[in-house]
Design a protein around this ligand. Structure first.
Ligand code: 5GP
Ligand code: ZN
Length: 115
């Protein structure tokens, strides 16, 4: 269900542009507008859910089921040495967009700028 005024819901429905990495019935993945490292990608459920606390099991299953596929696509394209998966929940933990999202952050070595 789309959530009014949610920028990620607007990205899913095409109201806002994005650089799509992957899409299926349940999941959308796109490049983060602020690339922490090259290929930094956000993976989101098409069902609006605020964060991990409010995410039903079926939505979590559909989201995480596609992460290996998306991670391997990024690995193939950008050839990082490794990758961090990050999920921020609530403002104190740096959540700024309140539609559940997983950061896939490719790592290239100490100089890639991600700590
Ligand atoms: P958070 O801090 O909530 O974990 O991450 C939100 C992320 O969404 C940030 O890394 C930010 O750069 C990204 N972001 C915010 N607005 C947009 C947008 O309009 N398009 C894209 N592609 N990323 C966005
Ligand atoms: Zn949303």
């Amino acid at each position: 269900m789309e959530h009014k005024d949610c920028i990620f819901c607007k990205i899913i429905n095409g109201e806002l542009p994005s650089a799509k990495v992957f899409e299926d019935e349940h999941v959308y993945a796109f490049l983060d507008i602020s690339q922490v490292t090259k290929g930094h990608t956000l993976v989101i459920p098409k069902t609006h859910t605020k964060n991990i606390y409010e995410t039903p099991e079926d939505v979590a299953k559909e989201l995480f089921a596609k992460v290996p596929l998306i991670a391997n696509a990024i690995k193939k394209t950008y050839q990082p040495l490794g990758m961090n998966l990050v999920n921020n929940n609530e403002p104190i933990a740096d959540q700024t967009v309140f539609h559940l999202h997983l950061h896939l952050i490719p790592r290239y070595g100490d100089e890639d700028g991600f700590k």
